[in-house]
Design a protein. Structure first.
Length: 110
């Protein structure tokens, strides 16, 4: 079945880290088909994002999603097994202001 996983990230000033967005139920598999990332106006290219599978970055293929008043649509085919987590890496390089982004992952859950 096709599912969506929405997430609103608010990264505190100077903060970075990893956030578990979704854990695949035992005995199931999920394949990410598309990730949409919206950086609102005022983000100023200071918030860097990427998706991880364990310790490996899976998207974007190179670099990070970063921008200001822009929507990225990244089509992919990344699969995760039961018990694995879809993890978002973030890094707010602005040390005085929080920054935000909106994510919407479309996936096939089997």
């Amino acid at each position: 079945m096709k599912i969506t996983i929405p997430y609103h990230l608010v990264a505190s000033a100077g903060a970075s880290g990893f956030i578990e967005l979704f854990t695949v139920p035992a005995g199931m598999k999920i394949t990410i088909l598309k990730t949409q990332i919206k950086f609102p106006s005022g983000t100023n290219g200071e918030l860097y994002l990427a998706l991880y599978y364990g310790n490996s970055k899976v998207a974007p293929y190179t670099g990070y999603w970063v921008g200001d008043d822009v929507l990225f649509v990244d089509e992919m085919s990344s699969s995760y097994q039961g018990g694995d987590s879809i993890v978002l890496y973030y890094n707010n390089t602005n040390t005085t202001e929080s920054k935000e982004a909106y994510l919407l992952i479309t996936a096939e859950l089997e």
